[in-house]
Design a binder for this molecule. Structure first.
Ligand code: NAD
Length: 372
C-alpha cells in the first residue's frame, strides 16, 4: 500500500469508523467514507474529518458499492449493525449481504483491490474455551437453567459436573457465535476469508473486543455497559448489573482499534489472517461500574436479579498474534472511560430515553429475571 492510495472506509461516520478515517488521513492516505447515515439521523456528524470524501451509500445496495469503490485500493469494512435487536433478518441483510455485495462488486467489475479489512467481534467465540481438571479443554454452550436460578453463571463440565476455568479467546480456537449479531459477524468473516482467497482479494479479519472512547453512539443503548452505566450513574439511578456482575470482559481504546485497522491494512503478512484486537487486560463488569462511578465522583447503586438472553459469561481476548505485527494497546481503560464521559456530557441524552429502551428489552424478554 502506497501513501496517497485511496482507502474506502464503510461506516466511516460511526464510532470506530471516524477514528479510523482520522488515523489513515493523519498517515498520508486519501480516504473516502461510505455511510448511509442511519445511525446519525441522516446527517453527517460534525466530527468527520474535513479531508475525507463523503459518499452517502448503503452496503445492502451493490450499486452504492460500485460507485464508492471507484479508484479505491483498500477497503476497511466497518458499516454494520450490532446489539440485541429482535429483527434477526436485519443483521443478515446489512452485515452478511452487505459484505457479500462488496466481494460481488469487486469480482464482477474486475477491480484491483489490494486489501480488505473486515470488522468482526470477539463475540464470535461465544462461550469460549474452558478447562476441566479431569476432562481437559471444553467448549460449553451455555449455563444450565437450574444454575441460573441459583445465581450461578459459570458453565460446568458436562461429564463430571465440576466447575471449569476460563481460558482466553485465541484465534485458532473454534468460533461458536451465540446470538444473531455474532452469527452475522461470523458470516462476514467466512465471506471475506473464503471468497477473498478464491478470487485473490487479500482480506484480514479483526475481532475487536469492546471498544471505548469518544464518538460512541449514545442514543443506541441496547448494549454497551459503559454507555448504560454512565447514564444511570449520572442520573442517580441504580445500575442494571446482569447475572452476578462477575462476567469478565476486555476493553480496548477506539484509537487503538483504528491503529489496528491501519497496521493490518498496510502489512501483507496479515492477508487471510484473523486477529484479536483487545485491551490486554480483563475486568469484571462490576469493576467497570466502580471505575465509572469513581470517574463521575458519584455513589454506586446496584440493581441485580436479571440477565440478557444470548449473553456470554466471559470474553477476554489473547492479543499475542496481532502484537507480532507490531500493534499493541496503548491506552489504559481509565483514560478510555474519561474520554467517553467527556463526550457523553456534551450529548443531550435524557434518562427517559434509556428507561424506554430498557423497558422495551424487558417487554421483549431480552432482559429476563432469575429467581434469587
Ligand atoms: N463498537 C464496538 O465495541 C465493536 C466491537 C466489535 C466489533 N465492532 C464492529 O465494528 C464496526 C463499527 O462499529 P461501531 O461501534 O463504530 O458502530 P457505529 O454504529 O458507531 O458505526 C456503524 C456505522 O455504519 C453505518 N451503517 C449502518 N448500516 C449501514 C448500511 N446499511 N450501509 C452503510 N452504512 C451503514 C452507520 O450509519 C454508522 O455510521 C461494526 O461492524 C461492528 O460490528 C464494534
Amino acid at each position: 500500500m502506497k501513501k496517497d492510495d485511496l482507502v474506502l472506509i464503510t461506516g466511516g461516520a460511526g464510532f470506530i469508523g471516524s477514528h479510523t478515517v482520522d488515523k489513515f488521513i493523519n498517515n498520508g492516505y486519501k480516504v473516502r467514507i461510505m455511510d448511509n447515515l442511519s445511525a446519525h439521523e441522516g446527517r453527517w456528524p460534525s466530527y468527520i474529518n474535513k479531508k475525507a470524501q463523503k459518499v452517502i451509500g448503503d452496503v445492502t445496495n451493490i450499486k452504492d458499492w460500485e460507485m464508492s469503490l471507484e479508484n479505491v485500493s483498500v477497503v476497511i469494512h466497518l458499516a454494520g449493525i450490532m446489539d440485541f435487536h429482535l429483527e434477526f433478518s436485519r443483521f443478515f441483510q446489512i452485515n452478511t449481504v452487505g459484505t457479500a455485495n462488496l466481494y460481488e462488486a469487486v469480482v464482477k467489475n474486475k477491480l484491483n483491490i489490494e486489501k480488505v479489512v473486515i470488522a468482526s467481534s470477539q463475540f464470535v467465540y461465544g462461550f469460549g474455551k474452558w478447562k476441566c481438571q479431569r476432562h481437559g479443554v471444553l467448549y460449553p454452550k451455555e449455563v444450565p437453567e437450574r444454575l441460573k436460578k441459583e445465581n450461578r453463571w459459570d458453565p460446568i463440565c458436562p461429564m463430571c459436573g465440576q466447575s471449569l476455568t476460563y481460558l482466553k479467546n485465541s484465534e485458532e480456537q473454534q468460533a461458536d457465535p451465540p446470538n444473531q449479531y455474532a452469527i452475522s459477524k461470523y458470516s462476514q468473516e467466512l465471506i471475506g476469508l473464503k471468497l477473498g482467497r478464491l478470487y485473490n482479494i487479500p482480506t484480514s479479519v479483526l475481532r475487536y473486543s469492546i471498544a471505548h472512547g469518544s464518538r460512541q453512539n449514545v442514543k443506541n443503548l441496547y448494549s454497551g455497559a459503559l454507555r448504560i452505566f454512565a447514564l444511570q450513574i449520572m442520573n442517580n439511578q441504580p445500575i442494571s448489573l446482569y447475572e452476578d456482575g462477575n462476567n469478565l470482559r476486555d476493553f480496548v481504546s477506539v484509537k487503538d482499534v483504528a491503529n489496528a485497522n491501519l497496521v493490518t491494512a498496510t502489512n501483507p503478512k496479515s492477508n487471510y489472517q484473523i486477529y484479536n484486537v483487545g485491551g490486554g487486560k480483563s475486568y469484571t463488569i462490576a469493576k467497570l461500574a466502580k471505575m465509572i462511578a469513581k470517574s463521575l465522583n458519584k455513589d454506586l447503586k446496584i440493581s441485580t436479579g436479571s440477565y440478557r438472553l444470548g449473553d456470554i459469561r466471559h470474553s477476554v481476548s489473547d492479543i499475542s498474534k496481532i502484537q507480532k505485527l507490531g500493534w499493541k494497546p496503548t491506552r489504559a481503560e481509565s483514560q478510555n472511560i474519561n474520554e467517553f464521559l467527556r463526550w457523553l456530557k456534551k450529548q443531550n441524552i435524557s434518562s427517559t430515553h434509556l428507561d424506554k429502551i430498557m423497558n422495551e428489552m424487558r417487554e421483549k424478554n431480552t432482559i429476563r429475571s432469575f429467581a434469587k
